[in-house]
Design a protein around this ligand. Structure first.
Ligand code: ZN
Length: 339
């Protein structure tokens, strides 16, 4: 698989910054104490066994003994770092994201000498945290706008079907739930009565009501009904002086199905996925949209912003990550264009 220039540049930056980060944090214990400091913003913790409030003596502790019942209190319990064995991969990956450096899970696993599964889990957990922070400046689009990049299978993919079948299944379920054919409004617009077709045909140029009536030899009441129907279907336009003109359908049809700003967001996102990840599964689409947001919003996701967001998020279990499914409507953050 060919690696894009964007991905090559990002990989090179990842290698360089990894050296810098290892210098900055020292070793695994350095990464761990930085992460623990992120979550230990509180001054005390309540023992779950005896309800005693214990002061936290040091900010980079992972566990301590309760002063009352002497049982172990895990300070990482139910936090983003719950039962985490290695802190370096998490802290490094978050810092890469904060720097706008995106590397494939494969590449990250190689550089950090951990398994692909470990990196994938971190990416998904970060994605879940970030997707919950998508609150302002949102554009919503159906996941079907991203079928081009859905070429990875997941546990949701129907057996012996291509990866994209997952999307078609979601669409079929949605249509069933809505109790209607999703294309019906388009068909309605195209379906015309015989006399409507004839009226539309004669309207090759701007004409007055009387001119059309004379050409078609039609009762004014019938013609009024037909013209109103055509106008409601968006096929003709009423002009001043009781004149009518055909709508330019090529323009209106396009603007109806492809609002310009909406398409550009899904398209930019698809280029992002193709460049850095080649493809995604439908199941985790929304989580990659989260990573895309981090990659272009350098102001929102400055240094430590991601670590802070993750540190204040409760534990996301492996099962929760595995059961994540992108909803039929995907949330994107609109890119702010600098004037
Ligand atoms: Zn206790």
């Amino acid at each position: 698989m060919a690696i894009s220039d964007r991905a090559k540049g990002s990989n090179a930056r990842a290698v360089l910054t990894l050296k810098d980060l290892d210098d900055e944090f020292g070793s695994e214990s350095g990464y761990r104490s930085a992460a623990l400091r992120d979550i230990n913003k509180r001054e005390s913790v309540i023992c779950k066994k005896c309800d005693l409030e214990n002061k936290i003596p040091s900010l980079d502790l992972r566990s301590m003994h309760c002063k009352g019942c002497k049982s172990i209190i895990w300070l990482t319990a139910d936090t983003f770092y719950h039962k985490v064995r290695l802190f370096r991969p998490r802290v490094v990956i978050m810092r890469w994201f904060e720097m706008g450096i995106i590397v494939s899970a494969n590449q990250a696993a190689k550089l950090l000498t951990v398994s692909n599964d470990t990196v994938n889990l971190i990416y998904k957990q970060v994605g879940i945290v970030v997707s919950k922070l998508m609150l302002d400046n949102i554009v919503e689009e159906p996941s079907s706008n991203c079928v081009d990049i859905m070429d990875r299978r997941s546990i949701e993919t129907p057996a012996r079907e291509p990866a994209v079948a997952e999307e078609f299944e979601i669409q079929a379920t949605m249509k069933k739930c809505l109790g209607q054919d999703a294309n019906s409004d388009i068909k309605d617009a195209i379906q015309l009565e015989e006399d409507e077709k004839i009226a539309l045909d004669v309207l090759s140029e701007k004409m007055s009501f009387d001119q059309i009536s004379e050409l078609l030899k039609m009762e004014p009441s019938d013609l009024t009904r037909i013209l109103m129907s055509l106008e409601l279907k968006g096929l003709i336009k009423a002009m001043p002086g009781s004149k009518f003109i055909r709508n330019d359908l090529s323009v209106s049809a396009q603007s109806k199905t492809k609002p310009e700003n909406k398409m550009s967001i899904a398209t930019t996102f698809m280029y992002f996925v193709k460049d850095y990840f080649q493809g995604v599964s439908r199941k985790y689409l929304q989580l990659y949209v989260s990573l895309h947001w981090i990659s272009f919003d350098r102001i929102r996701w400055e240094t430590k912003a991601l670590r802070k967001a993750c540190a204040s998020h409760p534990h996301i279990s492996y099962e929760e990550t595995l059961s994540y499914v992108t909803p039929p409507i995907v949330k994107f953050i609109r890119e702010r264009r600098v004037a």
